[in-house]
Design a protein around this ligand. Structure first.
Ligand code: SAM
Length: 378
């Protein structure tokens, strides 16, 4: 966890209340697009405060270690310059802010040619996103931790959709945080939450957001992140390593493992060996051709016999599928296939940002409704 600076700690004497600094910092680390960035109107934005904001964002240890794409860094500092011109006494722009901006314009990564540290990776390269998550039971800014993922900036790249985190995963993540913050009881009593002794399997894990979030929330005995694409599997291993690096002060309790699991070529022995008690997945219902194989995996999972070690009090097997309402025909195909497989479905609406803004994970407004399907053996 990277402690957020308090005004008193900043050498320039900058002073921004945490209620202003924290949301700005969290939006920056999650790379909220600048056109959607919520920048409060400030009574004043002194040069010292501009420096303080730069120190908490682009120049922070977290951002230096896991930088944004150069284009994002440039747009962010440009916004700071504009805000300084708007709110600073006499429109004074802090020297470091200007220097950083010029450096980013000159060589793309903010090094400025003067041998100072780079603040961004080159254009077109893979960059990092850090999602703020609460440390359980603490509501203060100091109780914030970060889940850092190496992600692409384009939704589809290297021939796969698995190198970015999709909206359904973010909203499911929001639901998981609320569930765990309310002492593991789901807000809707009919929806069981994941118990701490669960063995979780994530299907079509992509960047691994869900599984790594669950690992960080410390809610499982074992977590397996699975996917089919070689590039995605490599990225999953990298993201596991990032979040288990010695620099991370709050080491996750469980280190997820990464395994190839192809829905179109299910090996039942593999599933029996993993013996998951819970499956989680997000945005995996998008290709009509994959609906049947995916339902096959879910059906085989729900039909697994209680494992010998759990005979005394077996944990009921449950699958959670978060899906964005995108293509009604594919959704209908999926629902019909679940029904035909004798799987019981409970649907929970994960409200859209327009009705209830997300508390933790920003997502593109108007990206559509997301449902969480909770699947049990019929
Ligand atoms: C839209 S992405 C969603 C990624 C992630 N779950 C998220 O929500 O951010 C779909 C994922 O399903 C994976 N996938 C597609 N076909 C698959 C198959 N036959 N077996 C396993 N995973 C598959 C893709 O590689 C990709 O990572």
């Amino acid at each position: 966890m990277e402690p957020l600076p308090t005004p008193a700690e900043h050498p320039d004497g900058g002073h921004l209340p945490q209620t202003i600094l924290t949301p700005l910092t969290l939006q920056y680390h999650q790379r909220v697009p600048i056109r959607h960035f919520q920048f409060p109107s400030l009574p004043t934005f002194t040069a010292a405060n501009q420096h303080l904001l730069l120190a908490s964002t682009l120049h922070s240890p977290l951002s230096r270690r896991y930088p944004p794409a150069a284009a994002y860094a440039r747009a962010f500092v440009k916004m700071l310059v504009r805000k300084a011109e708007e709110y600073a006494p006499d429109g004074e722009v802090n020297e470091r802010v200007l220097e950083t901006y010029v450096g980013l314009l000159q060589d793309g990564n903010g090094a400025g040619g003067g041998g100072v540290a780079a603040y961004a990776v080159g254009d077109g390269e893979v960059a990092y996103t850090s999602y703020a998550i609460p440390i359980r039971g603490e509501e203060t800014p100091a109780g914030i931790d970060y889940l850092t993922l190496r992600e692409e900036t384009a939704k589809i790249s290297q021939g796969t959709t698995g190198l970015v985190t999709w909206e359904a995963a973010l909203r499911f993540g929001e639901w998981l945080i609320h569930t765990y913050n309310s002492d593991n009881t789901s807000s809707s009593s009919s929806i069981p939450s994941i118990p701490p002794n669960a063995r979780i399997l994530e299907l079509g894990a992509g960047t691994g957001f869900l599984g790594l979030l669950l690992a960080r929330l410390g809610t499982a005995a074992a977590i397996t992140l699975s996917d089919v694409d070689d590039g995605v599997l490599d990225r999953l291993r990298e993201n596991v390593a990032i979040n288990n690096s010695p620099s991370s002060l709050d080491t996750p309790r469980v280190i997820p493992t990464v395994e190839r699991l192809d829905w179109t070529n299910l090996n039942k022995t593999h599933l029996e060996r993993l013996d998951p008690t819970h499956i989680v997945c997000a945005d995996v219902v998008y290709d009509p051709l994959l609906v049947e194989p995916l339902v096959g995996v879910l059906q085989a999972f729900l039909a697994l016999r209680p494992s010998p070690s759990l005979k005394i009090r077996p944990i009921p097997r449950i699958a959670y599928v978060a899906l964005t309402r995108r293509q009604p025909a594919t959704r209908t195909l999926f629902m019909d296939a679940l029904h035909a497989a004798g799987i019981c479905v409970t649907t929970v609406g994960l409200s859209s940002g327009d009705e209830k803004p997300p508390e933790w994970f920003w997502h593109e407004p108007g990206c559509g409704e997301v449902d969480l399907l909770v699947l049990r053996r019929g």
